[in-house]
Design a protein around this ligand. Structure first.
Ligand code: NAD
Ligand code: ZN
Ligand code: ZN
Length: 357
């Protein structure tokens, strides 16, 4: 690698495979911070982005993928705040305007100027319309977007910034339904990158019983290792099986990490009245909200997106205490196409993480 060029996995056209290419080495100016990438997680959202039709997302190609990134601070712009050179950090991925009330509170996932940023095709954050961390180097707009991780290994830290944070925020979103009742049940649909961490977060921070559903036996085995009380494959009678596991009353909350037609149908069929449904997956399913309708009385539906900086700090703390362990399959950055093929075929256990080689 020459000193003025560096590698990045770039999406150069919609629908096309991303390509590992040489790009100019970024130089941090102003508040920017340059990160030496040590690990970048591969999310199912990366597949949704690659597969998007032209005009389907408010982003311009080309850009480098990778929204789940950990590494070390390599260089700081002259006005940069936050972690010092050499510190190990995880990158908070949703990059908002940085100055609205939501951003000031660390909730850049819900930036008040999102519509304006989208209209300008600025991008949602790292690897989502802006250059991300499936690369040797990542330029981060500000030190406010970095969370120190201490001695946590980079391959563990990277997935915390999306798989861990999004799962944590989804649990926080439904928390009012969880209470202290150890006989109450939560259903987790889809035990992949996000779901296996949601199971651990529920076990570490609540008293509820955790019932899991997937279409793969291996995912249910992982759910059990993560502390799930019960797991079942998605079958025509799954709603009945789950309901009987709740003593017939239904689940106080459903976390749907798939978001497809079949997963939403199952979610509605297992919810208890007055419960919470959090739709996290972008599987293209639709839910009809109508009174009276299929949703049980009192249902609260939420569409959590990513999480906040304070939540990311809590997720990192949980991992450092040993309460959260990411199941990781490592791939070299140069083997990204293989990792993508594996994720598409549904054979990744936990999270695929790319490591610059
Ligand atoms: P993943 O592929 O690692 O996990 C998905 C899991 O769901 C797999 O174990 C798969 O076998 C299982 N599955 C598929 N269809 C199913 C069905 N009908 N019923 C039950 N299980 C089923 O994906 P991931 O990276 O964990 O992402 C999950 C979803 O969440 C994706 O749609 C992704 O785009 C989305 N996502 C949303 C946010 C957000 O902020 N809302 C953030 C990250 C990812
Ligand atoms: Zn993601
Ligand atoms: Zn903002």
């Amino acid at each position: 690698m020459s000193t003025d060029r560096t590698r990045a996995l770039r999406l150069t056209r919609w629908g096309g495979p991303p390509v590992l290419t040489q790009v100019p080495r970024p130089i941090p100016s102003g508040e920017e911070v340059l990160i030496q990438v040590e690990a970048a997680g591969l999310c199912r959202s990366d597949l949704h982005v690659m597969d998007a039709a032209p005009g389907g997302l408010p982003y311009r190609v080309p850009f480098s993928l990778g929204h789940e990134v950990a590494g070390r601070v390599l260089e700081r712009g002259p006005q940069a705040a936050g972690p010092e050179v050499g510190e190990s950090v995880v990158v908070y991925g949703p990059w908002g305007c940085g100055s609205c009330a939501r951003c000031a509170a660390g909730a850049e996932n819900y930036c008040d100027r999102r519509a304006v940023l989208d209209a300008g095709r600025v991008g949602t954050g790292a690897g989502l319309g802006r250059d991300g961390g499936m690369a040797d180097l990542l330029l981060v707009p500000s030190g406010r977007l970095l969370v120190p991780v201490g001695d946590l290994a980079a391959v563990q830290a990277a997935p915390l910034s999306d798989a861990g944070l999004t799962a944590y925020h989804a649990v926080a979103t439904v928390r009012r339904s969880l209470g202290d009742d150890a006989s109450a049940s939560v259903v987790v649909i889809g035990v992949g990158g996000l779901g296996h961490l949601a199971v651990q977060i529920l076990r570490a921070t609540t008293a509820v019983r955790v019932l899991t559903v997937d279409v793969r036996e291996e995912a249910l085995a992982l759910a059990e290792e993560c502390g799930a009380h019960f797991g079942t494959l998605l079958r025509p009678d799954t709603a009945g099986v789950l309901r009987s596991r709740t003593g017939g009353v239904g689940a106080v909350a459903v976390l749907d990490f798939v978001g497809s037609h079949s997963s939403l149908e199952l979610a509605v069929a297992v919810l208890r009245a007055g419960g919470d449904l959090a739709v996290v997956g972008s599987g293209g399913g639709e839910l009809t909200v109508r009174k009276p309708g299929a949703l049980p009385a009192g249902t609260r539906v939420s569409l959590p997106f990513w999480g906040t900086v304070p939540e990311l700090r809590r997720v990192v703390a949980l991992a450092r205490e040993g309460a959260l362990r990411v199941e990781v399959e490592r791939f070299a950055l140069s083997s990204a196409p293989e990792a993508i093929t594996r994720l598409r075929s549904g054979t990744v256990r936990g999270r695929a993480v790319l490591v610059p080689d």
